[in-house]
Design a protein around this ligand. Structure first.
Ligand SMILES: NC(=O)c1ccc[n+]([C@@H]2O[C@H](COP(=O)([O-])OP(=O)(O)OC[C@H]3O[C@@H](n4cnc5c(N)ncnc54)[C@H](O)[C@@H]3O)[C@@H](O)[C@H]2O)c1
Length: 276
């Protein structure tokens, strides 16, 4: 038996974190698009990792449970990385809410039932959740604590209250942060930790879809005018994940780390402030 790392989303961010933290472990790499999982598994297996590609859909509890069961054939789940997701230019409102919001909430809940003592997890939200106007304390509480099967019935998530796909994405990512705060308490009861990384623009296929999508100019302007003056690489997300998932992060749980090259700061107080 081996320690198992459960990874969703065979994208660049997941791969960077899996390469940094997954050596010596069995890595079960889930993706809705099995071709993506096969591609990343081949790159990693050719580099000495032990990766099993697995077809799964983050928006389905049944599928998440099947993936957890597959992991447990190899040993205890000691690490979880949730890097599956769809972006505002890739999917309609309902899909964004089902995958990014509901699916993530279910994954944190289900892995929280089995995570090993001393284990840890990270999920990937986004700077997007930080740019939206504040929600009320009650709305935040509802996103944090509503039972997963009732989440998508919340009034604030109904179609008449969601303007567009960007708004859906922002709500999903805000919910991820709140859900991490809620679930880290249950993970803590098992001696495990759970955190969230909120990246700015990281060059991956998902971001490239955004650069070429309807908000392409907005994104290019964002990295040009943020204090860092550039987009980041997935390996830089792995730098933060390494802190959160290693012993050095032993006191960090329930946190969201914003790493966006200062774009959010510039959006509120600098040259990226929206013009009225
Ligand atoms: N790239 C960025 O600039 C950026 C910025 C902030 C946040 N993020 C977030 O990081 C996460 C990973 O993004 P990435 O840039 O590595 O993307 P990516 O496109 O490289 O990978 C995402 C993967 O998720 C998979 N996926 C989509 N829907 C799925 C589902 N229902 N079930 C299982 N797998 C599914 C896709 O097939 C794809 O392989 C996403 O949640 C994204 O919102 C990305």
């Amino acid at each position: 038996m081996k320690d198992v790392m459960l990874v969703t989303g065979a994208g660049q961010i997941s791969m960077a974190i899996a390469r940094r933290m997954g050596y010596g472990k069995k890595i079960v790499l889930g993706d809705k698009n099995i071709e993506n999982a096969n591609t990343i598994a081949k790159i990693m297996n050719d580099a000495g990792y032990d990766v099993l590609p697995f077809e799964m859909d983050l928006s389905s509890r049944e599928s998440i449970r099947a993936m957890i069961a597959k992991c447990r054939e190899y040993g205890e789940i000691t690490m979880m990385v949730n890097g599956a997701g769809v972006s505002p230019s890739q999917a309609p409102i309902e899909a964004i809410l089902r995958v990014d919001l509901y699916g993530t909430a279910v994954l944190l809940e289900e892995v929280g039932k089995v995570i090993a003592k001393g284990g840890c997890g990270v999920t990937i939200s986004s700077q997007s959740g930080w740019r939206m106007p504040q929600l009320t304390a009650e709305e935040d509480r509802l996103l944090a604590t509503t039972p997963t099967e009732k989440l998508l019935s919340l009034e604030i998530l109904q179609p008449k209250n969601i303007k567009d796909t960007l708004h859906a994405y922002q709500m999903a990512k805000r919910c991820n942060e709140k859900r991490v705060m809620y679930e880290c308490i249950r993970w803590g009861e098992r001696g495990a930790r759970l955190n969230d990384i909120a990246p700015g623009i990281i060059v991956t296929p998902l971001a490239i879809d955004e650069f070429n999508g309807p908000r392409g100019d907005f994104y290019k302007n964002m990295f040009a005018k943020c204090p860092a003056g550039r987009p980041a690489t997935a390996d830089e997300v792995a730098n933060v994940a390494e802190l959160l998932m290693s012993e050095k992060g032993a006191f960090i749980t329930g946190s969201t780390f914003l790493m966006d090259g200062g774009a959010t700061s510039s959006y509120f107080y600098g040259p990226l402030q929206p013009k009225e």
